[in-house]
Design a protein around this ligand. Structure first.
Ligand code: SF4
Length: 268
C-alpha cells in the first residue's frame, strides 16, 4: 500500500468511531436522584394517571418502558399511552404458559392503538424447560418457575432502560399497599412508576366500560386476575380477594415482580 493510500485510510478511520452509538448506562440511585424521585412522587400523589405518564415520558424517554400482562390496569395504561406517548417501548413477559385469550388481546390492542407489545421469552421454550426439569416446574416449584420465566427476563429487559411503568394499584393487596407513584426499584435497578397506584378496581373498570377499552374476555368468566393458565383459576362468588385465583392451594401470592423478596428463595 502506498503512503498516499495510508493517509486516505487514516483520514477515514475516526469517522467510523464518531458515528458509533454511545453506550447505554443504567441510572445510579444517588442521593440526588432518590430525592428527586421522592419529591416527584409526592407532587404526583394527587395527579391523574395521564399526567403521571406524561411526566414519566418527559423525564425518562427514550429510556422509559412499560411491562404489561394485559390485565385491566395494563389495558387502561396502554389506552393512555396511545394518547400521551405512543412510541413508548412496551413488553410482555411471555412465559409460554399464557392463555390464548391473553395473546389475542395483544393483537387487538395493536390494531386499535398501534402499540405493538414486544413478547419477551425466556431462554428455553416450554418443551425444552419441562424436559430439562423432568416435568412442569409450576407443579413442584412455582417460585423457581416464575423466577426463570419472568424475573430473569424482566431483569435482562431492565438493564436497557432507566424507568418502567407498571399497572399495580395499592388496594390490590397488602404487598402493594406501600407502592409509591414514583420510586427506586431496588430489585431491578431502575425507576418504577405506578400511574394507577391510587385508583380502585371500580375506577379501572369504569374507564374500560366508558371508553370501550379492550380487555381479556376471561374476566367475564370469573377470572379477576389472569396470569399463566396452570396457575390461574376462576373464583367463586364468595371469594372477594382479587388475587384469590392465582397459585391456589399454595402460599404464593405474587410472581415476584412487585415484591422485594426474590421468588427463588435466595433473597435479594
Ligand atoms: Fe410458571 Fe405459574 Fe409462574 Fe407462570 S405463573 S411462570 S406457569 S409458576
Amino acid at each position: 500500500m502506498t503512503a498516499a493510500a495510508n493517509v486516505v485510510l487514516s483520514e477515514f478511520a475516526p469517522v467510523e468511531q464518531a458515528t458509533a452509538e454511545p453506550a447505554f448506562r443504567q441510572l445510579d440511585p444517588t442521593p440526588e436522584l432518590l430525592a428527586e424521585l421522592a419529591d416527584a412522587s409526592e407532587r404526583l400523589e394527587t395527579a391523574q394517571p395521564e399526567e403521571i405518564i406524561a411526566w414519566a415520558h418527559h423525564r425518562f424517554a427514550p429510556h422509559l418502558t412499560m411491562a404489561t400482562a394485559f390485565g385491566p390496569e395494563g389495558c387502561v395504561i396502554l389506552s393512555m399511552l396511545a394518547k400521551v406517548a405512543p412510541e413508548t417501548y412496551v413488553f410482555n413477559l411471555d412465559t409460554g404458559y399464557q392463555f390464548q385469550e391473553t395473546l389475542d388481546l395483544r393483537d387487538k390492542i395493536a390494531r386499535l392503538y398501534g402499540i405493538e407489545v414486544d413478547m419477551l421469552q425466556p431462554e428455553l421454550t416450554v418443551p425444552q424447560y419441562e424436559a430439562f426439569h423432568n416435568g412442569p416446574l409450576y407443579k413442584t416449584n412455582p417460585n423457581q418457575c416464575c423466577f426463570d420465566r419472568k424475573i430473569k427476563v424482566l431483569r435482562a429487559a431492565a438493564t436497557k432502560h432507566h424507568a418502567w411503568m407498571s399497572g399495580i394499584r395499592r388496594d390490590q393487596s397488602t404487598d402493594r399497599a406501600r407502592a409509591g407513584i414514583v420510586e427506586w426499584d431496588k430489585k431491578f435497578n431502575l425507576v418504577k412508576i405506578s400511574p394507577l397506584a391510587n385508583w380502585t378496581k371500580k375506577d379501572v373498570w369504569k374507564l374500560i366500560l366508558d371508553e370501550n377499552i379492550p380487555y381479556n374476555p376471561l374476566h367475564d368468566q370469573g377470572f379477576p386476575s389472569i396470569g399463566c393458565w396452570p396457575c390461574t383459576r376462576a373464583v367463586s362468588e364468595g371469594e372477594t380477594d382479587e388475587r384469590a385465583g392465582r397459585w391456589s392451594g399454595t402460599a404464593k401470592t405474587e410472581c415476584g415482580l412487585h415484591t422485594l423478596e426474590q421468588q427463588d428463595g435466595s433473597g435479594i
